[in-house]
Design a protein around this ligand. Structure first.
Ligand code: IDP
Ligand code: MG
Length: 149
């Protein structure tokens, strides 16, 4: 089992696509174990996207992720990181395959609707940034485990 951090970015929030996007991950078989609506501030944006500092799109990326409240979610499942990124599609929506979130719902690389962790180390770091104070509910006492096992 693996965990990944997903962000429903401001363009998706503003377009009313949060439910659609979360629904696609849910239907794929990824289980929501953390969910939070929040306004990202400049400091959190710069920590989250720290690896992109110095790139030409960095300042725009930071203001984009701060542009409205977003949803942060932790998803859990088999190969959750790669499965989520496959469901998201390529970074540039023009190159993302039809059937993916970005391929179906986006057209601009700077407005690509959704973030997903790209490796176990980044997932751990990003989950810490958005859920460091707790708030995860790992379904330990759930009775519908047979759906996933
Ligand atoms: P990812 O979101 O698919 O992991 P990254 O390469 O990690 O893609 O880039 C982070 C985010 O930065 C992208 O999702 C996108 O919002 C933005 N971004 C990446 N490349 C560009 C670009 O060339 N122009 C504008 N924005 C970009
Ligand atoms: Mg990335």
């Amino acid at each position: 089992m693996e965990r990944t951090l997903i962000l429903v970015k401001p363009d998706a929030m503003q377009r009313g696509l949060a439910g659609e996007i979360l629904s696609r991950f849910e239907r794929r078989g990824l289980r929501i174990i953390g969910l939070r609506l929040l306004q990202v501030d400049d400091a959190l944006a710069k920590r989250h996207y720290g690896m992109h500092e110095g790139k030409p799109f960095f300042d725009g990326l930071v203001s984009y992720i701060c542009a409205s409240p977003i949803i942060a979610a932790v998803l859990e499942g088999t190969n959750a990181i790669n499965a989520a990124r496959q469901t998201m599609g390529a970074t540039n929506p023009v190159q993302a395959a039809p059937g993916t979130i970005r391929g179906d719902l986006g057209i601009e690389i700077g407005r690509n609707l959704v973030h997903g962790s790209d490796a176990p180390e980044s997932a751990e770091r990003e989950i810490g940034l958005f859920f460091g104070d707790g708030g995860l509910a790992p379904w330990e006492r759930s009775i519908d485990r047979w759906v996933f096992e």
